[in-house]
Design a binder for this molecule. Structure first.
Ligand code: PLP
Length: 458
């Protein structure tokens, strides 16, 4: 086939205006927000790449589904539609809707994780880590070494280090490992995929030690696409078949429908163990709602059910992964260091090699994120020592392994010209990188501090 531009596989049906705050207004907004981009108002942002979570555009069919959503408190038809879609996709028997992925995590970990336990994961997402630690357990990241080397071109940098996994289980004892998780794609490690072979190897370890295996499945469809593109034997399989095979290897999953559910809210917890599921449903009733709605409206359940179908369409996934790759090509073509190869949902700028003159305790990735906003109203997010630095008893901090700014691409929301603009802003900041200064934290919460911390320029 001749080379053609991979186009957005949709036409626009309804639009939302973008606001254009001036440079002066952006400066004022930064001061008010304490240089924390989570403190900005949406209308102070021109292109919002803070997250791909819940920021996607729904399809006409999802909106149509919302109109026929069944709001029955118990036994909603929309719940059964969602349950059938998830069962068909995952093969898992017990399906528990929740209002977000973190609610699924909280309910699962409250039920199965005890004080002193160790939960291995390739890389814990921030809410996953916090929910493990809230149980006074340890969240241990065991991604392969290529996964923390931003320049490595390895195809599956999200893979779990299976040798380190076995070592961990032998060291702490299998009774202290209540479950093993793998995050697909590996969000906090650069949106990198996990291979089917690696999932199979983790499954074998789980079998050997009789430990349940859960997927953090937020981006299962993007992961399936990478397997189709990169792993031998999968080129002719459909994304859905690949996703089904991924889920066939696990005992359960947590899911945020705000990612590959193509929805603005929602999530679910699914598993095969009916005893654990019963305990989880009891907690669900306490904190989320009745088991057939789990904190969601009937119309949300419809939107998620339809989203889980659409997200596996090949034209969608081809465009989706290309739109991220397009931004990556643009900025790395101009010499801006990024995590290679680009991940599924985001481009990660490598602030450590980009801003070598700013030490980790002055948060180089935070400095870069602030500057992208100041320069062009582009909002990304720091994924570095603000998010993952570990305060020590002596007042110093253990820095994170990487200092990244994540530019997450919302699903079906921005066009190619928006992305061109983002590339131009990144390149403009890169040209004056040596003039950027670090930040210090002046106020912070005991966990998930990145959401609310306030900063001052050093
Ligand atoms: C978003 C996300 C979560 C949490 O989901 P929410 O819906 O935001 O609560 C968990 N894990 C990963 C990998 C995520 O990307």
């Amino acid at each position: 086939m001749p080379y053609r531009t991979i186009i957005e596989p949709f036409r626009i049906h309804s639009v939302q205006a973008i606001d254009f705050p001036t440079g002066e207004q952006r400066q004022e907004a930064l001061l008010r927000a304490g240089y924390n981009l989570f403190g900005l108002h949406g209308d102070e942002v021109i292109i919002d790449l803070l997250t791909d979570s819940g920021t996607g555009a729904m399809s006409a069919q999802q909106w149509a589904g919302m109109m026929v959503g069944d709001e029955s408190y118990a036994g909603s038809r929309s719940f059964y539609r969602l349950r059938d879609v998830i069962e068909d996709l995952t093969g898992l028997q017990e399906i528990i809707p929740t209002h977000q992925g973190r609610a699924a995590e909280k309910i699962l970990f409250t039920t199965v994780v005890n004080e002193g336990d160790v939960v291995p994961n390739n890389t814990h997402f921030d809410t996953t880590r916090a929910n493990v630690e809230y149980q006074n357990a340890e969240a241990r990241d065991l991604v392969i070494s290529e996964g923390i080397d931003p320049s490595s071109e390895a195809p599956f940098k999200g893979n779990m280090d299976v040798v380190a996994l076995v070592r961990t289980i032998e060291e702490v004892g299998r009774e202290r490992v209540p479950l093993i998780m793998v995050t697909v794609t590996n969000n906090s490690g650069g949106g990198q995929p996990v291979s089917m072979a690696n999932l199979r190897a983790v499954r074998e370890v789980c079998n050997r030690y009789e430990i349940p295996f859960f997927l953090d499945a937020c981006r299962f469809a993007e992961n399936a696409w990478f397997i189709k593109q990169r792993e031998e034997g999968y080129a002719d399989r459909t994304p859905k078949e690949i996703a089904q095979e991924m889920f066939s290897l696990v005992d359960g999953c947590t899911m945020s429908a705000k990612k590959d559910g193509l929805s603005n809210i929602g999530g679910f917890l699914a598993m095969n163990n009916p005893h654990v599921a019963r305990q989880c449903r009891n907690l669900l009733i306490l904190t989320e709602g009745f088991p057939t709605y789990g904190g969601l409206a009937g119309y949300d359940l419809e939107a998620i059910a339809q989203g889980l179908v659409e997200v596996l369409q090949e034209e969608y996934l081809r465009y989706r992964i290309r739109s991220t790759g397009y931004l990556a090509d643009k900025v790395s073509g101009a010499g801006v260091p990024i995590v290679r190869p680009p991940g599924g949902h985001a481009v990660y700028l490598d602030a450590k090699s980009f801003l070598g003159h700013i030490p980790p305790h002055e948060y180089p990735a935070q400095a870069l994120a602030v500057e992208l906003y100041r320069e062009g109203g582009v909002r990304g997010v720091e994924i570095g020592s603000v998010m993952f630095g570990k305060p020590q008893p002596d007042g110093t901090e253990l820095p994170a392994a990487m200092e990244l700014v994540r530019l997450a691409v919302p699903r079906r929301t921005y066009t190619q010209s928006h992305i061109d603009y983002v590339g131009e802003v990144v390149i403009a900041v890169a040209e004056r990188a040596e003039h950027l200064r670090g930040y210090r934290i002046v106020e912070q919460a005991p966990w998930l501090r990145h959401f609310t911390a306030r900063f001052e320029p050093v």
